[in-house]
Write a protein that binds this ligand. Structure first.
Ligand SMILES: Cc1ncc(COP(=O)(O)O)c(C=O)c1O
Length: 968
């Protein structure tokens, strides 16, 4: 309960901060019965009570998900209203409670102007009841609204829209009731934002009624409209109201908000300066559409223009404007366009077809007995299999590609359409469904681009699928090292300087033409997110045609958070494409060239200079692979391959070959359907759900790190702990640090070399005496809490669109219980305490150094004298297929020490311990003492490529020398 209260008051404040609303005298909002609102329905909020302003931190919870903070505020208001009823009936003083209500109602009045529900009438009734001191009506209405908002029942139940049991409907409008009474309650509900010049309250109400009158039984959805009068409130609504699916922008509206919104203004000035710098009122519409596209690109925008509509239409350069109308000449057309726009996102062509297919009677004469389920449901022995999964999974199975099911390998029908929809939704040129996980998508992408002998700059710490992919296609990895986080036994990300140095060295040796690809993981398992735009820009300055493969296995949701999108492969590619096409960039580049001339690889200053690519030479070739199943509602192994490639036409054929190479000819149909559905959900509610998952992670971070007892034993690694200071020019340390605001975080995300994705929560458990593996086991066995990654002294928790506040509360309770228990045990028994301290020291202080990649043996290097470390992994990998070429040496033997000393220990295998999960040896790598020591200290059970009983598998020294001679 205490936790809940803490969460609420902090969130509430931040919603204020997000809106940036100005405080005013307290009198105003406790409206007396006839209290008038300021002109244009302006409601200025009251000063916050000390209760809501006292929190010591000023961080930005509420920024990622205004919805959570809104729910909390209404919940708190419902509690206060109940207290008022009790106090007034018992004759107790209501003074303090009224102050709380006042402090809550002010900001809520502002927030609700951005939402269609509860609407003007309910809010007025609420304030009226309060003004009359009719606390029971006030409490009843508050409760109704709070419940409806928290449960989302206003989307499906007429009761939510009533003032009382028999009460008036919003706007006294029977149409709303008719819809809910007679309509299909399962119809999805959404809200439409109308931006229009200063309408009166009556005009707004009338507009809503008119739109409701257009409803037809055959409409697939139902919507309500919310109207705001300015550019700034348009932007705010889009940020705050996750129910919005479309925006109608009418000509002639003002720029400034009726509210004092300093944060919003900074945001507009900083990030929309191009659009807003020297805007004339006639351009507000298109500028607003563009601004909305940057925040929520999935929303449909419609322009209603009073003047020369044809002229405006021919100059539109905002991708998200679906249609332009001349005045409100045909309201029904607008209504239909709104529905159709949402329907395009709702439509899941493959899933729909599969459902239709499952309904039809079909005789199957192909291989797949489970298709249609007869072998299951008619069985005497496996009927429970059928009952467990239900009939549909069998009815929706087929091994045919006919009957509207299309073929994943050669899609021409609904899979193609589904993929095209995916491309639009995720902001890429092409999107492909992968049905064998990102493990396979990575191999497809690598093989599509890389030829034997090509050099690929690759994070040694990347997923093993890339290393295997390079073996298969014969690419030569040039391993670049991520910065180590030795104290947590994990790696961070690869610094830009390291990558630039490798490329400049190659350029100096005249071998830049051999480089094909840069392959990095964004974000990493542990949450390190690259400044993708900056990295690509500087790399392109050295090698303008390099291909980027960003492994975004953990980042499928990034498109639906404005923060994450700017640091995603596709988001950054879009931004760069726009930048390089602009005149402003040409001028910037001309200046750069004047100052630095041609890129001279011998000039060490270039490592510290922000390099700019030639806009005429640059080719944007960006690929991203995402494990859809890891963060969206998709079955396991579902993966998207995203492409944004200026040279796609010449790559398509090889991509297809690679796709054929790795994709099963019997792809799972349910998987394809879920890839289609995951896209639908992401487009329609990704903004809300992703925002909430980020918000939850912030709540968890704060509660653990601030809790006096929990934080004694456990802590969650902050941004500063995961990203060393030299990569944080903004100085940003922690979401919950003093003075941190929405802007602080935005600036850090816009500028820093790396940031930490808050949803990747490294919970440090070493100080509680647990190593990661043991703690993971304990959480699973005793508390039914599951997670997957661990390190020597930490476990990795993640929040995603599946998590709820209850999940967070449960975890916090478990940590609090454990901490209490530890406290009790350690205070009782000094021996136990001494053993505990020793264990903590070993876990937290005596950590092994992380071994860097040493080098490939000269036998597997084209030029052993080259400054760069690329090598041929494929030859040693296949050499090891023949047992005669290999020898096994025990890890704890003198023999291995001797071989290492003489430089003759060369790995025949990938050796990948879990955790940490990256290869500490690759085929052809010279093994160093550092690596041996690391392995000796490893206390994990699972080490792929190594069996303790037989020892390390090495390439026989004699054979190696032989090969070297052949090579050289
Ligand atoms: C960075 C990275 N890439 C790729 C993968 C493989 O993804 P999938 O499980 O979808 O095959 C993983 C799996 O953990 C990963 O961490």
């Amino acid at each position: 309960m205490k936790i809940e209260t803490q969460l609420r008051s902090a969130d509430l404040k931040d919603i204020f901060r997000a809106t940036g609303t100005r405080a005013r005298g307290r009198r105003g909002i406790l409206l007396t019965k006839k209290a008038k609102e300021p002109p244009n329905g302006t409601i200025t909020p009251p000063a916050q009570s000390s209760k809501t302003t006292k929190s010591s931190s000023r961080y930005s919870i509420g920024m990622f998900s205004a919805g959570e903070a809104r729910c909390d505020r209404w919940q708190e208001m419902a509690h206060a209203a109940q207290t008022l009823v009790a106090q007034s009936s018992s004759g107790a003083s209501t003074k303090e409670t009224l102050a709380t209500v006042e402090a809550l109602l002010g900001p809520l009045s502002v927030i609700e102007t951005f939402h269609a529900y509860p609407g003007e009438l309910m809010m007025s009734a609420l304030k009226d009841a309060l003004g009359r001191r009719d606390y029971s009506s006030f409490s009843r209405i508050t409760n109704r609204i709070a419940k409806a908002i928290i449960t989302g029942s206003y989307r499906r139940s007429v009761n939510a829209w009533k003032l009382g049991e028999e009460g008036e409907m919003e706007g006294n409008d029977r149409l709303l009731k008719d819809y809910f009474d007679t309509g299909d309650l399962t119809k999805p509900y959404f809200e439409v934002l109308i931006v229009s010049d200063d309408p009166t309250t009556e005009q707004v109400r009338q507009g809503r009624v008119e739109l409701r009158q257009l409803r037809r039984p055959e409409d697939p959805f139902v919507y309500e409209a919310v109207t705001v009068p300015s550019f700034e409130e348009g932007v705010l609504s889009v940020v705050m109201n996750a129910d919005l699916q479309a925006v109608v922008i009418k000509d002639n509206f003002r720029f400034k908000s009726q509210f004092d919104a300093p944060l919003l203004r900074t945001y507009l000035e900083q990030h929309l300066s191009q659009e807003c710098g020297s805007l004339e009122p006639k351009d507000y519409g298109v500028a607003l559409a563009r601004a909305i596209g940057k925040i929520r690109p999935e929303l449909d925008v419609y322009l209603i223009v009073d003047g020369a509509v044809e002229k405006v239409a021919s100059h539109l350069d905002s991708k998200n404007i679906r249609r332009i109308f001349y005045g409100i000449e045909d309201l029904m057309e607008i209504h239909l366009a709104l529905l159709e726009g949402v329907n395009q996102r709702y439509d899941t062509p493959y899933f729909n077809n599969l459902k239709n297919y499952a309904r039809r009677p079909i005789g199957t004469f192909h291989a797949l007995p489970v298709a249609r389920g007869k072998s299951v449901f008619n069985s005497h022995w496996i009927r429970d299999f059928g009952h467990f999964y239900g009939a549909n999974i069998f009815l929706a199975e087929s091994s045919a590609t006919t009957g509207g099911l299309d073929s994943l390998l050669e899609p021409t029908g609904n899979i193609k359409v589904a993929q095209d929809k995916g491309a639009r939704a995720f902001g890429c040129q092409k999107l492909f469904f992968g049905t064998n996980g990102t493990s396979t998508s990575n191999k497809i992408a690598v093989q599509a681009i890389v030829r034997p002998g090509d050099i690929v700059l690759v994070d040694r710490n990347c997923h093993k699928s890339h290393h295997y992919g390079l073996v298969l296609c014969g690419g030569q990895p040039l391993y670049v090292e991520a910065y180590p986080l030795t104290e947590y036994s994990m790696y961070g990300a690869v610094p830009l300087r390291t990558i630039k140095k490798a490329l400049l060295d190659l350029k100096a040796e005249g071998r830049l033409d051999r480089v094909r690809m840069l392959l990095l993981t964004n974000c990493t398992f542990d949450g390190h997110v690259y400044n993708v735009q900056r990295f690509m820009e500087e790399v392109l300055a050295i090698k303008p045609d390099i291909v980027f493969l960003w492994d975004e296995a953990w980042y499928a949701y990034s498109r639906f958070s404005q923060f994450h999108r700017m640091r995603s492969a596709m988001g950054a590619c879009d931004a760069l494409r726009e930048r390089y096409a602009s005149e402003a960039y040409r001028a910037e580049y001309a200046e750069f060239k004047k100052e630095h001339g041609k890129i001279d690889p011998k000039n060490p200053k270039l490592l510290d200079t922000h390099l700019l690519p030639d806009p005429d030479a640059v080719k944007l070739r960006v690929y991203a692979t995402t494990s859809t199943h890891k963060s969206l509602s998709c079955f396991r192994q579902g993966s998207y391959i995203m492409v944004n490639d200026d040279c796609w036409e010449s790559t398509e054929a090889t991509f297809k070959e690679a796709f054929f190479t790795h994709t099963s000819t019997s792809p799972n149909l349910q998987l394809i359907a879920s890839l289609d559905v995951a896209r639908r959900q992401a487009e329609l509610e990704g903004y809300e759900l992703v925002g909430r998952s980020i918000e939850l992670s912030l709540i968890l971070r704060r509660e653990v790190n601030r809790h006096p007892l929990i934080s004694k034993y456990f802590s969650i690694a902050t941004n500063a702990q995961m990203v060393p200071a030299q990569y944080r020019t903004s100085g940003f340390e922690d979401f919950h640090a003093e003075g941190v605001s929405w802007k602080t975080i935005y600036d850090a995300w816009a500028s820093d070399e790396f940031v930490l994705d808050p949803t990747r929560i490294t919970l440090l458990c070493g100080s509680a005496g647990f190593d990661g593996t043991a703690f993971k086991g304990l959480l699973a066995s005793k508390f039914d809490i599951q997670l997957n990654k661990t390190s020597r002294n930490s476990v990795l928790l993640q929040t995603n669109i599946n998590n709820t506040r209850s999940d967070i509360a449960y975890l916090i309770k478990v940590l609090a219980d454990m901490s209490r228990e530890l406290e009790r045990k350690l205070s009782m028994d000094p021996d136990e305490k001494a053993a505990f301290d020793a264990r903590v020291k070993s876990l937290v202080t005596d950590v092994p150094d992380l071994p860097n990649f040493s080098r490939f043996h000269d036998a597997f290097r084209e030029n052993p004298h080259s400054k760069t470390n690329e090598g041929d992994m494929r030859t040693p990998f296949f050499l090891a297929y023949d047992a005669e070429n290999c020898t096994h040496v025990k890890l704890n033997s003198k023999e291995i020490d001797d071989l290492v000393k003489s430089g003759q220990a060369v790995s025949a295998k990938f050796v990948i311990p879990y955790p940490p999960g990256f290869p500490i040896m690759v085929p052809g790598q010279v093994i160093t003492q550092e690596t041996i020591e690391f392995m000796r200290k490893l206390d994990v059970k699972e080490i792929h490529g190594y069996h303790a009983a037989s020892g390390l598998e090495l390439i026989k020294p004699g054979l190696r020398v032989l090969l070297r001679e052949v090579h050289l």
